[in-house]
Ligand binder design. Structure first.
Ligand SMILES: [Zn+2]
Ligand SMILES: [Zn+2]
Length: 251
């Protein structure tokens, strides 16, 4: 069973164009939902990926790495990480803010890392990139920038900086659409955040390679964009048997 499928029974996930009131199989919460297992199982966002989100948080708190792309790559390699999903918003925020913390020129505490995760949890909702145009990586990196510069409602330049950063991330991510890929969006968003930090504060994080080789292309449930994606790595691409690669341009 792949992590792209229903976590309970392994059946494919169906994406709805209109919400349906469903009950979470795990916690019993009843809420409007836009994605459901083809056999009817539903897991709310909190229960879906709760374990892997804690792993990502723990990694962000404990790593000593100053290169956010290396941290992101290590997080991508964790077993149990879905191919797609707002766990990647946690990765973008965790990799970026932990790198800033470890760099040390701007003081970031573990409490502020927790704060970033709490903030992004309010706006990073699975599947909403397609439903509202707001990918969860935007509020994730917005939360990081707002923490770095002390933005909140009613602030002046601090809020402008935060919204400017989010706008730049969105402008970069939109170039990678068709279909969406949370891994590509997270890496592109990280690149924007690194550049923004340098522009706004003069802090250049030590990045060795921002074009991380994607080892997960064959798992993409909607079809990897293959060589249209800057992170695609033909050498490691192993399409599953009976699942031929999608033609470029037809994804
Ligand atoms: Zn199921
Ligand atoms: Zn639940």
């Amino acid at each position: 069973m792949e992590t792209e499928d229903c976590a309970l029974c392994g059946a494919p996930i169906e994406y709805l164009t209109g919400f349906r009131e469903l009950t979470c199989e795990s916690c019993g919460r009843r809420e409007p939902a836009h994605a459901v297992c083809s056999k009817g199982h539903y897991l709310c966002d909190s229960c879906h990926g709760a374990g892997i989100r804690k792993t990502i948080m723990d990694m962000a708190l404990m790593t000593l790495e100053k290169d956010p792309f290396k941290t992101a790559e290590a997080m991508f390699s964790q077993p149990g990480l879905p191919m797609l999903g707002c766990e990647h918003a946690c990765i973008a925020a965790g990799a970026f803010l932990s790198a800033v913390k470890n760099d040390g020129r701007i003081k970031i505490s573990n409490k502020q890392l927790h704060e970033a995760f709490q903030r992004l949890s309010r706006q990073a909702a699975g599947g909403y990139c397609g439903l509202t145009g707001v990918c969860g990586i935007l509020p994730a990196l917005g939360a990081c920038v707002s923490i770095l510069y002390g933005s909140r409602c009613g602030k002046d330049i601090e809020q402008r900086l935060t919204m400017e950063a989010v706008t730049r991330v969105s402008s970069e991510i939109v170039k990678l659409t068709g279909p969406s890929c949370c891994k590509a969006y997270a890496l592109a968003g990280l690149g924007v955040a690194v550049d923004f930090l340098k522009d706004a504060s003069g802090v250049a994080l030590p990045v060795q390679n921002r074009i991380v080789k994607c080892l997960w292309s064959a798992r993409h449930p909607h079809g990897c964009r293959l060589d249209k994606c800057p992170y695609f790595d033909l050498a490691s691409y192993r399409p599953a048997a009976g699942n031929p690669p999608h033609s470029v341009g037809l994804c």
